[in-house]
Design a protein around this ligand. Structure first.
Ligand SMILES: [Zn+2]
Length: 65
């Protein structure tokens, strides 16, 4: 009767590529949405909104170390 020893099942270690932490400023989106302001000292708020690059992660959405 063959009682070949089974190799101990290797426990799976952490994934090879762990999820990078999301940027705290943009929540991982890499961009912000801000209200468009016009006029002297940008006092008047328009109904338009513009998307701007997140300067914390430069649009990657990943938190920097
Ligand atoms: Zn960001």
């Amino acid at each position: 009767m063959a009682t070949a020893k089974k190799p101990a099942a290797r426990r799976k270690t952490r994934a090879a590529t762990p999820e990078p932490a999301s940027c705290p400023d943009c929540n991982g989106t890499g961009e912000h949405t801000e209200t468009v302001r016009v006029g002297a000292r940008k006092g008047r708020v328009t109904a338009d909104r513009q998307t701007v690059l997140c300067l914390t992660c430069w649009g990657t959405g990943h938190a920097t170390d």
